[in-house]
Design a protein around this ligand. Sequence first.
Ligand code: MG
Ligand code: ZN
Length: 380
Amino acid sequence: MKHLIIMICCCILYCCTPAQNLTKDQPSTTPITTISTSSPKTAKNIIFLIGDGMGLTQTTAGMYANGNKTELEKFEYIGLHKSHASDNLITDSAAAATAFACGIKTYNGAIGVDDNKQSKTTILEEAEAKGMATGLVSTSTIVHATPASYIAHNESRQNYEEIAADFLETDIDLFIGGGKKFFERREDERNLTTELRQKGYIVTDFIDSDLLNLNIDITKNFACYTSEEQPLPVAQGRDYLPDVTRQSIEYLDKKSGDEGFFLMVEGSQIDWGGHANKADYIISEFIDFDKALKEAVDFAEKDGNTLVVVTADHETGGFAIQTTSTMDSLVTAFTSDYHTASMIPVYALGPHAKDFKGIYENTEIYFKMRKAFGWGEMTK
Ligand code: MG
Ligand code: ZN
């Protein structure tokens, strides 16, 4: 029996030694430079895409309505995260985004702060401090909970003007989203557009620029307001997300040189379709977000050093596809006009993608990204 155990152990050791596998087909004189799968290379860049309110049913409905296909099928590693907030089983977008951005469970409504309303450094701020290029893109206002949680620190997601002022506190390279009024028509009468320009930013908007062709100067930081208040739904003519995603990636890639970049892209309005209990709204927003995913995947496949992670903050609507549905004609129902507690899929592709399989807390996404960047695993 003892011998058998030793034999098995030796076999396991032998089979698991990477060098043994790698040398198999090579002449003994050839140096081995193959990457070990047990300790993959670090990611130079991370593109993190959040479909707000994009639970599994939203993805399923969007996929069938999109001719039974989605970019998400290209992602090899899929996991599930537990979305609950510190004070509520049902998270909101602020607590969820803060979990992703800072690695902490916090209360609903918190923007980049913990339960004691203390600011926590975000992954975007840390990337910026390390000399990387950083960006935020969304189809809501840029001061809305999801993008805000990467750059702002506020006890309440409702304090939009204070959140806008926090964009002056970090040298973020690029941000593109709605909400021009929070920068320019403010109670404190500051004009943040002027202040951004004084800091050296090129600032433009949906009136002065063609969002589909921004021609961003890579020697400057860049901000673009895509609307005065909330951007339109895609069904009413908004069309910038896929193009802006591509342009932002190209800009950040060129600007960052060898340092790499962190970009968060949000498809904000999948959530709003859920709140409105409108399947068509969910589906059209998902399909738009899927096109943005394609831009990230195409870049990552070409680049080879980019980790792409896709998830949602939570599910919205208790969305279901009903028994009389066909692939061409979905019959849907909702159990809620708010968020639900179901676990949320996480899709990953590129260096360290494998770390994202399994079931874990939403806060783990932060630690997995740090690890992918090679920043080391912080104590939690
Ligand atoms: Mg959001
Ligand atoms: Zn919501």
